[in-house]
Design a protein around this ligand. Structure first.
Ligand code: GAL
Length: 718
C-alpha cells in the first residue's frame, strides 16, 4: 500500500503537537503531589511530550454517582502543561467505581461457563448493560465539557483496550441486546434459522425469545451461532466506543483514539473499529519466551499500519523492560528497548509510548517495568529512556513525522475467519491460522520484504503479491475480489484450509476450497490431515528444487482443473498427487500449497513465487538484520536498520545494494552486536542522584546522513 489518498503526509493529526510523540501512561492517583512536580520536570528532561492520564481515575473523579471532583485533575494538567507536556486524556470507563457494581449487580459480566465476575480488579461491566452505558455517558460529558479547550489537550483516549480483559458476556442484558442484533441482521427468524443451519440437531427457533446466547452447552455449540456472537460482541463494544466518542465530539475537535492490541486481542474486528478512530493507536508487549519476538513485534506493527490504512499511528503502550504477567518476565537487554521502538517507528508509528511513566509501588502491576523504574533515575533503563527521547527529537527534526511505510506484498487478515476457524471440531487441531500467517510473514521478514495485511474484500490492486496463508472463511465478495485481482495480473498464493466456508460457516457444494478453486485451477476433493508427528515428502523438480521438500500437518486430495502441479507427494496419504500447484489465470498467476512446508522449504517455494511477482528477496545481508523504510511525500527516505544478531554487522551502504538500492552513502555502517553486558554497559557511567540527571548526547547525524544509535540500530536518512 502506498500513501492513502485521504492522508495529508507530513501533518500530525494530534492537536498542537507536531512531533513524534514520546511518553506513556501516567497514573498520578498513586503518588503525592510532590512527585507530580518532580515527574513533570523529569518528563521534560527526558523529551516526553505526551502522557496518557485518567485511565484508571473514575473512582477519584466521581466518588459518588453524579458527584465530581476535578480539582486534582485541573492541578495535575496545569503542572504538566507548565513543563510543556501535552495530555492524552482518557475516559476512565475501563474500570467503574465500586459504587457502580454495588448499585448495579445485574451489570456484572457473566462468562461463557457461567462465572459472575466480581469488581475486585479492573475490567468493564457488561457492554450491553444500560446502567453502564448511562454512567459512561455521564462521566464522558463531564470530562469533555471541562477539558475540551485546555491547550494541553492533544488527544482523547477512550476507555482502555476494549475487549480485554472482558469481551463476550452472557448476562441478561447481553442476551436481550443479542436478540435485537439478530433482528437487525436477519429481519426474520427464518433468516436466522437458515444462516445457522438450525435444522441440524433440532435447534429451530420459532420465537425470538427462544434464542439463547451460545453459552456453555452439553456438547459443541452451533458454530454459526457462535460466530455471530463474536460479531455481536465486537459490535456491542464498538457501540460503547462510538457513544463516548460522539459525546466528546460535541465539545472538542481534538482527535479521538482507543488503544488496540492489534494481533493479540481476538475479540474485535479491527478493520471496522479503525474506521471509527481519528488516529489508530496500539499496545504491544513482547512474548519473553519467544527468542525471535522481534518478528512478531514487526507483524503487529505492520498489522496496525494496515488497519490504519497506511496512515501513521501511535504505539500507545509497550514496555521499557520486563512485563509482570507472563510466566517468566525476562528483562530486555540493553539496546533492546531502542530496537523495539525503532522497529515500530519504521513500520509507521509516529509515537512511542510506554506503560508506564513511573513504576507502581503497589497493586497487581508493581513488578512491571516503566520509564522510571523502582531503582529511580540512576538506572540503566532511565538512561536508555533519555537516549531514546533524544533520538526521537532528532528524527522529528529530520521531518520523519507523517512519512509512510510502503509495502509491495500483502497477507490476507480477517478476524471473522479466525473466529470461525477457532471453533471446535475442525479437521485437525494442528491447523492454526496464526501459525501459518507467522510462518509466511517470517520468511518475508527475513527476506526484508515489507508486508501489509489486508482484508480479503479490500482493494488489492496496489500489491505485487497477495498471500492467503489462512483464509478459512471467505465470502462470495472476497472470492470475486481475489479473482478480479488475479485476472487483472495479480500474483496470489493460498495455503491449505482456505476458501472453505461462507460467512455463516457453511460449506459450499462442489469442492472443499470452492471459493478459491476457479482462481487456483484445482478442486480439493478431500482433506487429508496427518497424524501427530507424521511428515510427507514432496518432489519439486519442476520448481528447480534439488532434493525433496518436507511438510506435515496437512495434505489434500487435489484434482487439477487448469493448474499445473509443480510439486507432488511421494508418500503420505496422496502419493503421486499434486502438492503445490501453479495456475495462470487471466493476466495473473495463482499458487496453492497444500501442506505445512518446513521453513527452509517454504523459502524455496516462495523464491519461485517472488520471481513470478518480480520481487527480489534480500539474501546477502544477515537474516536477522531487520530493514524497513519510511518515505515522506517529498521523497525523503528513513531506512531503519536493526541488528538482531549477536555479532557485529557491517551494512554496506555504498552504491546499490539490494534493499538499500538507491542509497548512495559513501561508506558502511557498522552495527555493534546488540547484546552488551550490563556491567560493561554501565561501567564508566557517572553515578548521579535523581536531581542531577546527566543527559546523553543527542543522536549523531553524520555528514553522510547516517544517524547511528546505540545497541545495534541505525537510521539512514536519505
Ligand atoms: C496493557 C494495559 C495496561 C497495563 C499493561 C501491562 O494491556 O493497557 O493498563 O496493564 O497492559 O503490560
Amino acid at each position: 500500500m502506498r500513501f492513502d489518498s485521504q492522508f495529508e503526509p507530513n501533518a500530525t493529526p494530534l492537536k498542537g503537537l507536531n512531533a513524534i510523540t514520546y511518553g506513556g501512561d501516567y497514573n498520578p492517583e498513586q503518588w503525592p503531589r510532590e512527585v507530580w512536580l518532580q515527574d513533570a520536570t523529569l518528563m521534560r528532561q527526558a523529551g516526553v511530550n505526551l502522557v496518557s492520564i485518567g485511565i484508571w481515575s473514575w473512582a477519584k473523579l466521581e466518588p459518588r454517582p453524579g458527584e465530581f471532583d476535578f480539582a486534582w485533575l485541573d492541578d495535575l494538567i496545569a503542572i504538566l502543561w507548565e513543563q510543556g507536556i501535552h495530555v492524552d486524556l482518557a475516559t476512565p470507563t475501563a474500570a467503574p467505581p465500586a459504587w457502580f457494581y454495588k448499585n448495579h449487580p445485574d451489570a456484572r459480566v457473566i462468562t461463557r461457563d457461567g462465572t459472575v465476575m466480581t469488581n475486585a480488579s479492573r475490567g468493564m461491566p457488561s457492554p450491553s448493560a444500560p446502567a453502564y452505558r448511562e454512567a459512561c455517558a455521564r462521566i464522558t460529558h463531564a470530562l469533555a465539557q471541562r477539558y475540551a479547550s485546555h491547550p494541553a489537550l492533544a488527544l482523547w483516549h477512550v476507555h482502555n483496550e476494549y475487549g480485554a480483559p472482558v469481551s463476550d458476556s452472557y448476562d441478561d442484558h447481553s442476551v436481550a441486546a443479542w436478540r435485537e442484533w439478530l433482528k437487525e441482521r436477519y429481519t426474520t427468524l427464518d433468516g436466522v434459522n437458515d444462516a445457522w443451519g438450525t435444522s441440524f440437531w433440532g435447534q429451530t427457533y420459532y420465537e425470538w425469545d427462544e434464542i439463547p446466547a451460545p453459552a456453555q452447552s452439553a456438547t459443541v455449540t452451533n458454530p454459526s451461532m457462535r460466530l455471530d456472537y463474536q460479531r455481536f460482541t465486537s459490535d456491542a463494544l464498538l457501540q460503547c466506543f462510538i457513544a463516548e466518542r460522539d459525546i466528546i465530539r460535541q465539545y472538542s475537535d481534538a482527535p479521538i483514539t482507543t488503544n488496540f492490541m492489534a494481533s493479540s486481542c481476538p475479540a474485535m474486528d479491527l478493520w471496522a473499529w479503525a474506521q471509527e478512530c481519528d488516529i489508530v493507536s496500539n499496545d504491544h508487549y513482547l512474548t519473553a519466551s519467544d527468542p525471535r519476538n522481534y518478528v512478531t513485534l514487526a507483524l503487529d506493527a505492520d498489522l496496525t499500519r494496515s488497519i490504519a490504512r497506511g496512515k501513521p499511528w501511535l504505539l500507545m503502550e509497550h514496555s521499557t523492560s520486563a512485563v509482570n504477567w507472563q510466566d517468566r518476565n525476562v528483562a530486555k537487554l540493553p539496546g533492546e528497548m531502542l530496537r523495539n521502538s525503532l522497529s515500530h517507528l519504521g513500520r509507521g508509528a509516529d509515537g512511542i509510548m510506554y506503560f508506564q511513566w513511573r513504576a507502581a509501588r503497589f497493586g497487581a502491576e508493581k513488578f512491571h517495568s516503566s520509564m522510571i523504574p523502582h531503582a529511580g533515575t540512576s538506572s540503566r533503563v532511565y538512561r536508555d529512556v533519555l537516549a531514546l527521547g533524544r533520538t526521537l527529537e532528532s528524527l522529528t527534526s529530520h521531518g520523519m513525522v507523517g512519512s509512510a511505510t510502503p509495502a509491495d506484498v500483502a497477507i490476507l487478515w480477517d478476524w471473522e475467519s479466525f473466529w470461525a476457524q477457532d471453533l471446535e471440531w475442525r479437521p485437525s487441531v494442528d491447523v492454526s491460522h496464526r501459525e501459518r500467517i507467522v510462518a509466511f510473514y517470517n520468511q518475508l521478514w527475513k527476506d526484508k520484504i515489507t508486508t501489509d495485511f489486508v482484508h480479503p474484500e479490500a482493494d488489492l490492486s496496489g500489491y505485487k503479491l497477495v498471500l492467503a496463508p489462512a483464509s478459512y472463511l471467505m465470502t462470495d465478495a472476497a472470492s470475486a475480489n481475489i479473482a478480479q485481482y488475479v485476472r487483472g495480473g495479480g500474483r496470489f498464493l493460498a495455503s491449505y484450509f482456505s476458501g472453505i466456508v461462507n460467512e455463516n460457516d457453511t460449506v459450499r457444494i462442489g469442492g472443499l476450497a470452492k471459493a478459491l478453486e476457479d482462481v487456483l485451477g484445482v478442486k480439493v476433493e478431500e482433506f487429508l490431515p496427518l497424524r501427530e508427528g507424521d511428515a510427507v515428502t514432496l518432489n519439486a523438480d519442476l520448481l528447480g528444487v534439488t532434493g525433496t521438500l518436507t511438510g506435515d500437518v496437512w495434505a489434500d486430495d487435489i484434482v487439477l482443473d487448469g493448474a499445473k502441479d509443480v510439486a507432488t507427494y511421494t508418500d503420505g496419504p496422496a502419493p503421486g498427487g499434486a502438492a503445490i500447484t501453479r495456475h495462470e489465470f487471466g493476466q495473473g498467476i495463482a499458487w496453492y500449497v497444500s501442506t505445512r512446508l518446513h521453513a527452509s522449504d517454504l523459502a524455496a517455494v516462495l523464491d519461485a513465487v517472488y520471481a513470478d511477482a518480480h520481487l527480489t528477496p534480500e539474501r546477502t545481508l544477515p537474516t536477522e538484520l531487520e530493514i524497513v523504510t519510511r518515505e515522506s511525500a517529498d521523497g525523503r527516505r528513513y531506512i531503519v536498520v536493526l541488528n538482531h544478531t549477536d555479532h557485529e554487522v557491517t551494512v554496506p551502504v555504498t552504491g546499490n545494494h539490494g534493499v538499500l538500492t538507491g542509497v548512495s552513502l559513501d561508506g558502511a555502517t557498522v552495527l555493534q552486536p546488540p547484546v552488551v553486558g550490563r556491567t560493561a554497559h554501565n561501567r564508566g557511567e557517572t553515578t548521579h542522584r535523581d536531581d542531577t540527571v546527566v543527559l546523553p548526547e543527542p543522536v549523531a547525524v553524520t555528514s553522510s546522513g547516517v544517524a547511528v544509535t546505540a545497541g545495534g540500530s541505525a537510521i539512514i536518512l536519505q
